[in-house]
Ligand binder design. Structure first.
Ligand code: MLT
Length: 202
């Protein structure tokens, strides 16, 4: 038994990297399977369900209010998720995955990348924000990260997303930060950018 409820879809194209799919608040392990299949056809898909419940809605870490995180919980959950990835890699025979996270899922991916860079081969962070004010020092040299933000996102101030991009760059990651004209929801532009980036950078 692995330590998270999850879905796993085996690869149909071993040339494609495995994806770790991380849903947003109120989502589950099924939500991002179609997105994963669309942006990287044939990739193995590993899709856990967040263990924290907020009024019945699954998430990957606790928050005190919208945009105000329980940082101790963020850190503990980031390690718990990195441990799950290691278990799942052994069970399914996978290379380190590229995280594809939306909103709360993107935030836990960013929180995990800093203390546990070995857990991920890279990340696509859709509508991410700074997950930890005192982020651990780490070496992300050469890690490819695509961040896609919405200029009119009511949940994530534009300068907060930019601050996360700077934080990741400072740690050595190769960050491509794209800012779309939209809001918090994903659009066709996100799908196209992510697919193009996964085909060329990842
Ligand atoms: C978070 O809690 O991670 C962010 O506020 C995004 C979200 O609403 O999930």
């Amino acid at each position: 038994e692995l330590s998270f409820i999850h879905r796993y879809v085996p690869t149909m194209d071993p040339g494609r990297p495995p994806l770790l799919l991380l849903h947003g608040t109120g989502g589950n392990e099924d939500d991002l399977l179609p997105l994963g299949q669309t942006i990287s056809p044939g990739s193995a898909l590993l899709s856990p369900r967040g263990k924290v419940l907020e009024n019945g809605m699954p998430r990957f870490f606790r928050r005190l209010a919208e945009g105000v995180f329980d940082e101790a919980d963020v850190k503990a959950r980031a390690h718990e998720l990195a441990d799950f990835i290691a278990e799942a890699r052994k069970a399914y025979g996978l290379n380190a995955p590229i995280a594809v996270g939306f909103s709360n899922g993107a935030n836990i991916a960013a929180a995990m990348l800093l203390p546990r860079p070995e857990a991920l081969a890279g990340a696509v962070l859709l509508r991410a924000m700074v997950p930890l004010k005192d982020a651990p020092q780490s070496d992300l040299t050469g890690k490819p990260v695509l961040m896609i933000s919405g200029a009119m996102d009511p949940i994530i101030p534009a300068d907060n997303a930019t601050q996360l991009a700077e934080m990741l760059k400072k740690a050595g990651a190769t960050v491509d930060h794209q800012i779309l004209r939209g809001g918090h929801g994903l659009t066709q532009a996100d799908v196209q950018l992510a697919a193009g980036w996964l085909a060329t950078e990842a």
